[in-house]
Design a protein. Structure first.
Length: 365
């Protein structure tokens, strides 16, 4: 044997030994997760027990990223631990996660990024259907888009919070890469129609005008639906993501055609229970103010005075009357923090209505 073969054999033996150690440790972690479930069930007999704790998982993933020694990046190491945690949690109780479908959408990608692949993902046809699925108890949590860095807020999601009793339990941000794709046997020169969601068309407008000007653009309910149609209809293409393309067996004609390279969509995790402090949190509220001069100033001034950073302020028409408005506000901090409680008490004194949508960990992955 050459020196190279000898050294490679030694390294492979070392890898095999490390793999056995990793497997033993993962198995030990899984047994601990089962014991956690047993302790919780014993302490709350006959009750619905929440095994998933968003604040605890966020703390673990942050610690993994901070303590990661390399050479894998902190993001990659946290992603691996995310899947280990997902698999261990499924031993306690498999979770049903509702998302804006069909299968293959960016919302499903966001759901799997946040919860891992050991959950049961349930596709639903509309944002309001996701809310109803969680409200009914058929799903433990739901995942819905709330804003895109290119096109702004998803108003349907904001409006649902006005009437829904659900809380925001988490957030996840997903880099959005759009690809122009078609069926393998499609001649690119014969493409006469492109399918996609209206948001995707908007996010790729400049590229389409420059490279596919004159081709008919047909809006459909989702990128996954666009991919399905392109896989079945001759002479068509779709703008969709990798998951939808793989699901329907499409080939890429052009990669990453989004107009902005930093194109990102933020998704919210919705559920029933309040989330405890994680140490790096965000809160969301809905506020209806009296229609009088200085109303917006009175709403925002306590945040400035107490040093709370606003991350989002949106205005939506109020369902209670013409020319009345509701403010949707995201800010850094947790509602259990005394400083935040003081600010919300001041806002509540001036507001017609203050609805606390929830506090939750700032997205780690």
């Amino acid at each position: 044997m050459t020196d190279e073969q000898t050294r490679l054999g030694e390294l492979r033996d070392e890898i095999d030994q490390l793999d056995r150690q990793i497997m033993d440790l993962i198995s030990a972690r899984a047994r601990c997760a089962q014991e956690v479930a047993a302790v919780k069930l014993a302490a709350h007999p006959g009750e619905d027990v929440f095994f998933y704790r968003p604040e605890r998982e966020a703390q673990v993933l942050r610690r993994i990223k901070e303590q990661n020694p390399g050479p894998l990046s902190g993001e990659e190491m946290a992603r691996l631990f995310r899947e280990i945690m997902s698999a261990c949690l499924s031993l306690e109780k498999p979770m049903h996660i509702a998302f804006l479908g069909p299968a293959g959408t960016f919302t499903q990608s966001a759901a799997l990024k946040h919860f891992g692949h050991s959950v049961i993902s349930v596709p639903l046809p509309a944002i309001d259907a996701v809310f109803r699925e969680v409200e009914s108890g058929a799903a433990h949590y739901g995942v819905v888009p709330v804003e895109n860095s290119t096109e702004g807020m998803i108003n349907h999601t904001l409006d649902m919070f006005m009437s829904s009793p659900l809380k925001i339990c988490g957030e996840v941000q997903l880099r959005i890469h759009h690809h122009l794709m078609c069926a393998p046997d499609t001649d690119e020169k014969n493409i006469s129609r492109i399918y996609s969601h209206q948001q995707s068309f908007a996010q790729c407008r400049q590229w389409l005008d420059a490279n596919r000007y004159g081709i008919e653009r047909v809006t459909v309910s989702s990128n996954a639906e666009a991919a399905r149609r392109a896989s079945e209809e001759p002479g068509t293409a779709a703008i969709a993501g990798d998951m939808a393309g793989e699901l329907y067996g499409l080939e890429k004609l052009a990669n990453s055609i989004e107009d902005r390279p930093d194109n990102t969509t933020r998704f919210l995790i919705i559920g029933w229970e309040a989330v405890s402090l994680s140490g790096h949190d965000k809160s969301s509220i809905l506020v209806s103010m009296r229609n009088k001069p200085g109303a917006l100033y009175q709403l925002l001034e306590p945040f400035h005075r107490h040093g709370l950073s606003l991350t989002r302020l949106e205005t939506r028409p109020s369902p209670s009357g013409t020319w009345a408005y509701v403010f949707y506000i995201d800010f850094e901090g947790h509602m259990d923090d005394p400083k935040v409680s003081k600010v919300l008490a001041e806002v509540d004194e001036e507001a017609v209505e203050l609805k606390r949508l929830g506090s939750y960990p700032i997205g780690v992955l």
